[in-house]
Design a protein around this ligand. Structure first.
Ligand code: BGC
Length: 738
């Protein structure tokens, strides 16, 4: 562990010393408070407002006990609101103050999709810890993160906020984020309550269009979309947020199945659930509710504890109780959930933040953001030009080379561009190379080529070129779906012009989603996918390019060749007509061919079957060689385990880190299952020329799935297992569950 990491951990450990009250004591206080509250005061606890508007009215309502939570307020406003809540409201119940602290607060970490590319839960944990440390110093004690929507559609802008396409990776990263935000002790001043969102299925929005409906059958929901939420629950997460989508006809905010049957009855969750912003009201637009009163009734009876910005509970719950449409005991249950979390956070003892603390951009936090950015970059191609050792003059070209705002990504409302190191900024500071810079385009959507001449002059004067292309942060995230996921503006034309100059060309893509980068892969000598890498992205990239750091990221999502292949993901099911490999493509088919036998298998005539790049893929500055996997036994019992071992050798001359991935196929089951599913992974440091044996314990419980009988079951049968560097490579070994 390096020194700054030790310092960071020591600083954070000091802040995690709280004094957590016992469960019994908390339950007694919940009951005691409920016994003293009027119905109106209870409904007040269930009402959350956005305080960025009409602050005076919010203060008045807090004084009257009509509000339980406020979001989007400044540290001074928080102090004032908590003072009013505690000193001037009748019962003195503190507010819980929320904010979207997603991938950093002031110090911005790579977007969650980039963090997922690290395959390093420690990066996610540390990023969340730093975010909590900074945000709590502004009085925020609740973050609307992590998002854990399994996302298989890069048209959907919110894929940027996700941990990608895989259920297991998302579950591991979600749990790590919960641990980071919440720490060991929720009462500690630097702990935030985390929020599992968006519950559930939102990532499957039809056609990648945000807020669109989903159609996920219960079995698929339970096997693919719910496990990250259950993992967050097991990690002790305190809150959940409902999603905007209606799944199979039922909006999440009105789903008793999701909010009560699964969350409470099956998983035993005892924190609270907040709706997404205005989501209760939106059940009217879904045509699931006739009016706001109907929406309030359906939401509260489904088990939704807190209303974010629909004003449905505030306006109608009292009436619904008096009409007997909502039971008072249901209100007590939901309010009890909210009070429990407030008590667990120690808000009654410390409602007002320590206003003297100023912990932004500490060196240890910047170092953590740097490490995250280094680990999140994925090397997609290298014809030997990288690292650029020996280049004396480097041309830094392109519209993403110096865009501090955009490199921070889509959920960085508190980030500060002045603290951002851009790639150009980092190159310009290097003493080992001379940097020539030209953005070539005013911004990444620019349609004019007038800047190309300057860029090409710089290219011709350099030994090597680093071209920074991608997409602006504001084209990604919520409400930013695209029907075509390509490089915008004349970026591809710029790539072609630069490539034609014939200099060694490294292309770096900074984006919030996979883009269709076939031309980039063809025309560049090396390609790095950097996502939106955050505050320290520029330094991380310049160090990777110049060889001061070695790439280790792996793709957390499949990259399609063309948009029309979407959805395309590695864990697809086997069709009845799998490709054989001799299929005809578009140009092979004679004209006027009558019912021509193209193969009658499952593929696209114009795109084949393969994606551009598979899940789990990522290169290094060395070569890794894998042995065949070895098993500790040929079979195991349904409650047993086997060990899968593999030797991984570093055949190059650089010390490097490889992420070894364990995939399993259940050969025949009571339902069709994915061709492969990730069950484990580990990052391993392997010095040049050395071999490491990596052993995974694979308990049979990891093979369980929601089966034909609607039970979570480990079914006996035969399995294949791979231990490999991505989802497409490696040879399987076989074992059985008896
Ligand atoms: C988003 C949530 C977010 C909430 C509060 C909504 O529009 O869907 O992810 O937490 O706003 O800002």
């Amino acid at each position: 562990m390096n020194k700054s990491r030790q310092l960071l951990l020591a600083a954070l450990a000091a802040l995690t010393v709280g004094c957590a009250p016992s469960d019994d004591a908390i339950e007694r206080r919940v009951d005691e408070l409920l016994s003293r509250m009027t119905l109106q005061e209870k409904i007040g606890q269930m009402h959350q407002v956005d305080g960025s508007r009409d602050f005076e009215r919010v203060c008045e309502a807090v004084r009257r006990g009509e509000i339980g939570s406020v979001m989007n307020v400044t540290r001074e406003q928080i102090a004032e609101l908590q003072r009013i809540a505690v000193e001037e409201s009748r019962l003195g119940i503190p507010l819980i103050i929320g904010r979207d602290v997603i991938h950093g607060y002031k110090t911005v970490f790579p977007i969650p999709l980039g963090q997922a590319a690290t395959f390093d839960p420690e990066v996610v944990r540390e990023g969340a810890r730093v975010a909590a440390y900074e945000a709590s110093s502004d009085g925020i004690r609740w973050t609307f993160a992590p998002m854990m929507d399994v996302s298989r559609d890069p048209r959907w802008g919110r894929i940027a906020e996700s941990f990608g396409e895989d259920t297991f990776l998302s579950a591991v990263m979600a749990a790590a984020a919960v641990e980071g935000f919440q720490g060991d002790d929720l009462t500690a001043p630097a702990s935030l309550a985390a929020c599992a969102k968006h519950y559930a299925g939102y990532g499957a929005s039809e056609s990648g269009r945000d807020y669109n409906s989903t159609f996920i059958p219960e079995r698929h929901l339970r096997n693919v979309y719910l496990p990250p939420f259950e993992a967050a629950c097991k990690a002790g997460i305190q809150t959940f947020m409902t999603s905007f989508n209606d799944n199979d006809g039922v909006p999440s905010s009105g789903s008793r199945f999701l909010l009560t049957e699964v969350l409470r009855d099956e998983w035993g969750f005892d924190g609270f659930v907040v709706s997404d912003y205005g989501a209760i009201r939106e059940m009217i637009a879904h045509r699931f509710c006739s009016d706001l009163e109907d929406a309030a009734e359906k939401a509260v009876n489904a088990g939704l504890d807190m209303d974010m910005e629909s004003y449905a509970y505030a306006q109608y719950l009292e009436q619904l109780v008096s009409e007997g449409k909502v039971d008072r005991r249901q209100i007590d249950r939901l309010v009890g959930n909210i009070l429990r979390v407030k008590l667990r956070l120690g808000l009654f003892e410390h409602p007002v933040p320590d206003m003297e603390r100023n912990v932004f951009f500490e060196q240890a936090s910047l170092d953590a953001a740097y490490r995250a950015a280094v680990e999140s970059a994925v090397l997609l191609k290298n014809d030997g030009v990288l690292p650029l050792v020996g280049a004396r003059t480097v041309a830094v070209i392109g519209p993403m080379a110096d865009r501090a705002y955009d490199q921070m990504g889509c959920w960085a409302p508190d980030g500060d561009r002045d603290h951002c190191v851009t790639p150009y900024g980092a190159f310009a500071l290097r003493s080992d190379v001379r940097t020539l810079y030209s953005p070539a385009m005013a911004h990444p959507r620019e349609k004019s080529r007038t800047g190309f001449a300057d860029a090409l002059a710089k290219v011709r004067a350099a030994d090597a070129v680093v071209l920074f292309v991608g997409e602006e942060a504001s084209l990604t995230g919520e409400a930013h779906s695209l029907a075509e996921i390509r490089l915008q503006g004349v970026q591809e034309e710029l790539l072609e012009a630069v490539a034609a100059a014939g200099k060694p060309l490294v292309t770096v893509i900074m984006a919030g989603r996979p883009l269709t980068i076939g031309r980039v892969m063809e025309l560049s000598d090396a390609v790095i996918y950097a996502f939106h890498p955050g505050t320290m992205g520029g330094r991380a990239l310049s160090d990777l390019i110049m060889g001061d750091a070695v790439p280790s990221g792996k793709l957390p999502v499949t990259f399609p060749k063309v948009t029309g292949q979407i959805p395309i993901y590695y864990s697809q099911h086997s069709t009845g007509r799998p490709v054989r490999g001799d299929e005809m493509l578009l140009d092979d088919i004679p004209t006027e061919a009558e019912f021509f036998p193209t193969g009658f298998t499952s593929y696209w005539l114009d795109a084949g079957i393969e994606p551009l790049l598979p899940f789990g893929y990522g290169l290094s500055y060395t070569e890794f060689e894998y042995s065949a996997p070895r098993l500790s036994a040929e079979s195991m019992a349904a409650d047993g385990a086997i060990t899968v071992s593999v030797d991984v050798s570093n055949r190059g001359s650089r010390d490097a880190t490889e992420t070894v991935q364990l995939y399993v196929q259940d050969k025949v089951a009571s339902i069709t299952l994915p061709v492969k599913e990730l069950k484990d992974f580990r990052r391993v440091d392997i010095p040049a020329g050395e071999t490491r044996t990596v052993s995974f314990e694979l308990p049979a419980s990891k093979l369980a799935f929601w089966n034909i009988d609607d039970r979570f079951t480990v079914e006996a049968g035969e399995f294949l297992v791979w231990a490999a560097g991505d989802s497409r490579s490696g040879e399987p070994a076989a074992f059985a569950v008896k």
